[in-house]
Write a protein that binds this ligand. Structure first.
Ligand code: GLY
Ligand code: MN
Length: 493
């Protein structure tokens, strides 16, 4: 999901043209003392490239492009989000770039050997004055530890003999990469690659070009988390839980969905999480029945339950935690009954988890509980109808993507997955009215271990009595009151 905001380019072009004679001075980098201390290291990224190389077939090259930039409004771009594969293998966070990982050591005409090449955005003082610092080739060599780093515009003239490789492993391209500023933008780099490698027009007609292998290989790598990744995931998950807890303590019926979203995201940022890993879902009552509800426009959440599916992204790694809580502090009988059913389904799924178990073991355990429960309550008449009220899968991997790359076969030690059963009963459903507009999802993040799992999201309560207890607590945000707006008080124009 794209996230806003502001990355200014075009309208400022006019200003740029006017000042072309004035030499801009790019801003000095921020001193390390004032930057987070726990970024992934260049050794981590080098290790991931080596791990890829070990899995790559003989005489092959892997080609990883950055994600495209996207327009938010006229000359304003969405906040840029790097392709997680590019970030994983290089640590490079800027657009308009391409990374080549070679299986075997290569030699240039001067006899230098290398195993990878990175083409980055060229440094440009004027562009940097408007849109931010660039690492450039020197920065990429020093900070990312990739000696063969070049400007993107050198890609066209670089003698890379793609014809000599038995396999060219690359991901399919997004199908609408904008043609931005021409030379060495992503569009241009992709076109250069197609030309240099003589990629056939028809996908699949030359078996040397392999994007299935790209997906398999990156899935196998990324689904197993390293200790460095785990330390960031643990933070992302704890931060998300802290957001849930603070909102539980402060929530009241007069709040809007947007305000609640803002409180979660404030807590995330307070703890250093730069982003959310997906659009925050804050749905009161009936709105909880929309699985990916992101409008969050209800101005008063009222006394019903609120479903909050919000995940902090910390240095690229995202959590995915959902809590459903009664805004008035007490679950009604119907809310309690449905909540308990989802809780029991989640517990049943947890019990199956361990190295060597399967997704289907866990999914079946959860679905059986929900089907039996809904039958018993008379909400469904046939077990098969369970999918009407539980229409999604049990979970997914998390990591650099919220729905992270994975093979989805056996669960293995060091995978991190969500377990997120839910029941959603929209108004008008074919059951007793008393169940209408009840929506419950409980979503937790679990690390698979040799003999079981570790519940990473244990920081936020899940049990009915613990949630009610937390809602009754005071919050540091309770006294954070803003005065009403002045504008809009006068009627008419
Ligand atoms: N948290 C949103 C999802 O898992 O789809
Ligand atoms: Mn999820």
């Amino acid at each position: 999901m794209h996230k806003k905001l502001f990355h200014v380019t075009g309208s400022l072009l006019l200003a740029l043209i006017i000042v072309t004679n004035i030499q801009a001075q790019p801003s000095a980098p921020v001193a390390d003392d004032f930057l987070p201390k726990d970024y992934l290291t260049k050794d981590f990224h080098a290790g991931r490239r080596d791990a890829a190389r070990q899995m790559m077939p003989e005489n092959s090259v892997m080609v990883v492009f950055a994600y495209p930039t996207r327009t938010f409004s006229n000359d304003v771009e969405y906040l840029y989000h790097q392709n997680p594969d590019m970030y994983y293998f290089s640590g490079y966070k800027e657009p308009h770039s391409v990374l080549l990982i070679f299986k075997d050591e290569q030699k240039d005409s001067l006899g230098n050997t290398y195993k990878e090449m990175l083409f980055v955005q060229k440094r440009n003082a004027q562009a940097e004055q408007w849109t931010g610092r660039r690492l450039g080739t020197e920065g990429a060599k020093e900070k990312l530890g990739i000696p063969m780093s070049f400007n993107g515009e050198d890609f066209a003239n670089m003698n890379i003999e793609f014809s000599k490789f038995d396999k060219i492993i690359f991901d399919r391209f997004p199908d609408d990469v904008p043609n931005g500023f021409g030379k060495a933008d992503l569009h241009d780099l992709i076109e250069q690659f197609k030309e240099k490698s003589k990629m056939p027009e028809k996908p699949g007609s030359d078996k040397r070009f392999d994007n299935r292998l790209y997906r398999d290989l990156t899935a196998q790598l990324r689904e197993i988390k390293t200790p460095e990744e785990m330390s960031l995931i643990r933070k992302a998950v704890e931060i998300s839980c802290r957001g849930q807890n603070e909102v539980m303590r402060t929530v009241h019926p007069d709040m809007s969905e947007l305000e609640i979203q803002g409180l979660h995201e404030y807590v995330h940022k307070r703890y250093g999480a730069e982003e959310v890993g997906y659009g925050s879902i804050v749905g009161a009552g009936e709105n909880g029945c929309i699985l990916h509800y992101m409008e969050n426009t209800k101005t008063k959440v009222g006394t019903s339950m609120i479903l909050m599916d919000v995940g902090a992204e910390y240095h690229g790694y995202t959590a995915d935690v959902t809590r459903t809580v009664p805004v008035d502090g007490k679950f009604s009988d119907e809310e309690r009954t449905i909540y308990q059913l989802v809780y029991d389904a989640q517990e049943a799924a947890f019990k199956t988890l361990k190295d060597g178990s399967t997704w289907s073991d866990a999914s079946k355990a959860a679905q059986d509980i929900i089907a039996d429960g809904l039958l018993k309550l008379g909400i469904i008449k046939n077990r098969a109808d369970v999918r009407k009220y539980y229409p999604h899968g049990l979970g997914h991997h998390i990591g650099l993507d919220v729905h992270d790359r994975g093979t989805y076969q056996k669960l293995k030690k060091d995978m991190v997955i969500t377990i997120e059963p839910g029941i959603y009963i929209p108004e008008g459903s074919d059951c007793d009215k008393k169940w209408w507009s009840i929506a419950v999802r409980i979503e937790d993040d679990a690390l698979i271990t040799e003999n079981g799992y570790e519940l990473l999201s244990h920081f936020a309560p899940r049990k009915i009595e613990d949630i009610e207890k937390m809602i009754a607590e005071k919050s540091v945000l309770d006294n954070y009151k803003l005065p009403p707006l002045e504008s809009g008080k006068k009627k008419g124009f």
